[in-house]
Design a protein around this ligand. Structure first.
Ligand code: ADE
Ligand code: ZN
Length: 343
């Protein structure tokens, strides 16, 4: 690509308004904050310094990462800790021109170690409200069920969410995918849908195309998280295109978790070429070495992506969001106007 086109791509990535649709707030816990919270809460962590923590972030697969991720969130005890975590992420996202976030949290990762549901969600929501007031970032909160736990635990979590239900936009499904198909949670997602909640699920990150079919047919998802392995099944790709499903792709996550061997294997360009509404997201940025613009830059260079594709990806992040249609339209106009100024 010419230097001019490269320059334009870099500017578009920096300056286009974006939404982030796949972000685990616990996965935005930077080692510096982990140490600060460990000290504040008088918790021992098995690392001497930040460099040692970063060196431990060398994963062969999803489970390798999850073991460290659940250990890391052990420093979150007080409502203030969840607030600090959320504000730190929003400040970082703001620097990338992220204007809207739909973030996940894992209540069972906290309640199972004795932290109340209210402590976790109370701190996160206070952070999100402050972020909207101070940084102008709109938000939706998505509560995830941990799929390695059982259906009863998910039902129990949904019950604990009841007093907060108006502040929860949707339900997601995350954690260890292999051996825990979406169908395991069909009934509890049915109950969530009956409450008017949006539905998303991690599917096809490590799991087979069948898990993506189940997410569509049994959970009736409004959006698919990752979805990489859907590309192995032509009929499934056609279904995703026909339904207009958005896929939240996470390139640096895929690389760090060995879903792909090199960044040029990211499926995001192929997805766009097939007519899939792909988006770019950071997943667990503190663990995978990059926030949303780092993810954009990595694939823009490696695949490469054209300036037009960068604009499409930014637009998809809003059209695939749970914002009302008028707000989506407003954001798309802003994208067109920034793109026009830059071109
Ligand atoms: N929890 C946090 N990040 C995750 C990922 N990439 N896949 C599944 N569960 C997760
Ligand atoms: Zn994820």
């Amino acid at each position: 690509m010419s230097d001019n086109r490269n320059g334009l791509t870099a500017k578009l990535i920096d300056q286009l308004p974006k939404a982030e649709l796949h972000l685990h707030i616990e996965g935005s816990l930077e080692p510096e904050l982990m140490f600060a919270l460990a000290q504040r809460n008088k918790i021992d962590i098995p690392f001497k310094n930040v460099e040692e923590v970063r060196a431990a972030y060398d994963f062969s697969n999803l489970q390798d990462f999850l073991d460290i991720y659940y250990q890391g969130m052990g420093v979150l005890l007080q409502q203030q800790d969840f607030y600090d975590l959320t504000i730190a992420y929003l400040k970082r996202a703001h620097a990338d021109n992220v204007r809207h976030v739909e973030i996940f949290f894992d209540p069972q990762g906290h309640t199972d170690r004795g932290i109340s549901f209210d402590t976790a969600i109370g701190g996160i929501l206070r952070g999100l409200e402050q972020g909207e007031a101070r940084l102008g970032i709109s938000y939706r909160l998505i509560m995830c069920f941990l799929r390695h736990l059982d259906e009863a635990s998910a039902f129990n979590t949904l019950e604990q969410a009841e007093p907060w239900i108006d502040q929860i936009a949707g339900i997601g499904l995350d954690s260890s995918e292999l051996g825990h198909p979406p169908s395991k949670f069909a009934r509890v997602f049915g109950a969530a849908r009956a409450k008017g909640l949006k539905i998303v699920a991690h599917a096809g990150e490590e799991g087979p195309p069948d898990y993506v079919w189940e997410a569509l047919d049994e959970l009736k998802v409004d959006r698919i998280d990752h979805g990489n392995r859907a590309l192995e099944d032509d009929e499934l790709v056609q279904r995703i295109v026909n339904d207009g499903q958005t896929l939240t792709v996470c390139p640096l996550s895929n690389l760090k978790l060995c879903v792909i061997d090199t960044i040029d294997q990211s499926p995001v360009k192929r997805m766009l070429d097939m007519g899939i509404k792909a988006t770019i997201n950071s997943d667990d940025p503190a663990y995978f070495g990059g926030y949303v613009n780092d993810n954009f830059r990595a694939v823009a260079e490696a695949l490469p992506l054209t300036p037009e594709q960068i604009v499409v990806l930014a637009k998809n992040s809003f059209t695939g969001s749970f914002l009302p249609e008028e707000e989506k339209a407003q954001r798309l106009e802003e994208i067109d106007s920034v793109a026009k100024q830059l071109s």
